[in-house]
Design a binder for this molecule. Sequence first.
Ligand SMILES: Nc1ncnc2c1ncn2[C@@H]1O[C@H](COP(=O)(O)OP(=O)(O)OP(=O)(O)O)[C@@H](O)[C@H]1O
Length: 529
Amino acid sequence: MRPFDPKVLRTLPEARRPLATLAAVGVAQGVATVATAFALSGVVVAVVRGADLVTPATWLAALFLARGLLALTAERVAASAGVAVSSGARGRLLRRWLAVPADLRPDPARALVLADQGAASVEPYVARYLPALVTAAVVPPLAVVVLAVVDWRSALVVVLTLPLLPLFAALIGATTRDATARRWQALSALSGHFLDVVRGLPTLVAYGRAQRQTEVVGEVSQRHRRATMATLRLAFLSSAALELLATICVAIVAVTVGLRLSHGGLDLGTALVAILLAPEAYWPVRRVGAEFHSAADGAEALALLTAQLDSPEAPTATGAAEPTLARVVAEGLTYTHPGATHPVIDGLDLTAGVGLTVVTGPSGVGKSTLLELLAGLRAPSHGCVVAPRTHLVTQRPFLTPGSVRANLTLGTDPQTSTEALWAALRRVGLDGPVAALPSGLDSTLGDDGRGLSAGQRARLVLARALLGDATVVLLDEPTAHLDPASVATVHEVVTELAERRCVVVVTHRSELVALADQHLHLRPAAVAA
Ligand SMILES: Nc1ncnc2c1ncn2[C@@H]1O[C@H](COP(=O)(O)OP(=O)(O)OP(=O)(O)O)[C@@H](O)[C@H]1O
C-alpha cells in the first residue's frame, strides 16, 4: 500500500467530502501555525523590549483560539468520516458478494475477517492517518517558504534535513508492511480454524477430540499474538527513531540560530520565528510516520477491500428472464468447480416450466450444483441459464437468529399478515409446534434455527418458499430429515406449489418422482434425461 492510493476515493466515496474538508482545514491550520510563530515572537520581543504587549498578545490569543477550533473541526470531521467509511465499506462488500456468483466470493473465514475487522480497521486509516497526511502536505512547505523569507539559512538547514524523515519512514514502513501482511494471514488462519472448530464442536465432543482443538486454537492464537507484538514493537521503535531524528534536526536549526544571535548576525524577533517555525516543518511528517503504524492494519485491509470491490464482474452466462415467467432454461450447461479438473455437469440441456421437475442421481453427481447454477449462485463454465428470480432452498437452509416471523418473511414482504403466516405454517404442518413456542410467531430462534428440530427447520423454510413470490422454486432434498407423515405433507405442498410455479426438486424419493411432470436423472460426468 502506498502512503496514499487515489483508488481509495473511488472505492470509498464517503471519504471524498470529509477529505476535501480536512484539506481545507489543514491549509487553515498551516496558516494559523505560521501566524502563531510570528505572534509568539512578537509577544516575547515586546516583553524583552518593554513595548506594547496588548496587540501581539491579542493576536496570540485569537490564533490559539482559531487553532483550537480548527483542531476540533478536524477531529470531528475525521471521526465521523471514519465511521461512515468503515460502515460504507462493509455494506459495499456485502452487496458485492451478494451480487457475484458463489465462485467469486472469498471463503467464509476470509470474508468474515474482511467485513468485520477489515472494515473496522479502515477507521483509523481514514480518521487519523489521512488527516495527518493532508497536514504533512500543507504545513511543512508553508513553514519552509516563510522561513526562507525570514531567514534563508535556517530554511536551508530544514530543506537539507527534512527529506531524511520520509526516507526513514519509508524504510521502516516497508518492514511494517511485511509484518502487517503476516499478521493478517495469522488472523485469517485463526478465524478459519475457529469457525471450523465451532461448526464441528458437537462431533469433536462426541469423539473426545475437543481438548486437542483447544490446544490447536491456543497455538494459532499465540501465532497471532506474536505477529501483533512484532508489529507493535516495530511501530514503537520507528516512532522513537523518527522522534529522535526530528529532534536532532530542530536542534541543528536552534544551534545555528543561537550562534548567529549571540554574534549579532540575527535579531531576536527573526531568531524566535525561525526557532518556532522549524519544528512545524518536521512534526507533521513525524506524525504521518506514527499514524501510519497505527493505521497499517487499515492500509492492508483497504488494499484487500479495494481488490475485492475492484475485481472484474463475473463473465456470467446467466441471463435474467422476465421476472413473472415461471420457466427456467439451461442450454449446453457445463460447470467445473474451481480447482477441479473435470466438469461435474457437462453439456446439460433443460427446460422446466410450470409443474414439477425432479432431479435424481447418485450422491456427489452434481444435483446441488445444478440448482445453484439455475439460481445464478454459480456462473456456468460454458453454456447458459436463463431464469427469472428464483427461490432456492438448500440442504442446509439459512435461518437467522431472530423471531419465527422474521425467518418466515426473510426475502419477502416483512408486513405479510399474521393470518398468511399461520396459513403457510399450517400447510407444512408446523402450526402446532410454533403455537407451542412461548411467544408463538414472535418466539426467538437461536443461531441456525436453534430451538427447532432439523425436520422443523426444513418445513419452516418450505413455508417461507410458499410465502415468497418467486415464480421458480428450487428445493434441494426437502424431505431429508422428515418422518413418513411429514414427508407426505411436504410432497403435497410441493405438488400444490407446482400447480402455479416452476418447481425443480432434488430428491431420492420415488413417491415424488412418481408425481413429477419431468424427471432428470444425472449420471457421473455425463447427463441424460
Ligand atoms: N465448492 C466445491 N469445490 C469443489 N468441488 C465441489 C464443491 N462443491 C461440491 N463439489 C463437488 O462437486 C460434486 C457434486 O457436488 P454436489 O453437492 O452438487 O452433489 P450432489 O449430487 O448434490 O450430492 P448429494 O446427493 O450427496 O447432496 C461432488 O463430487 C463434490 O465433491
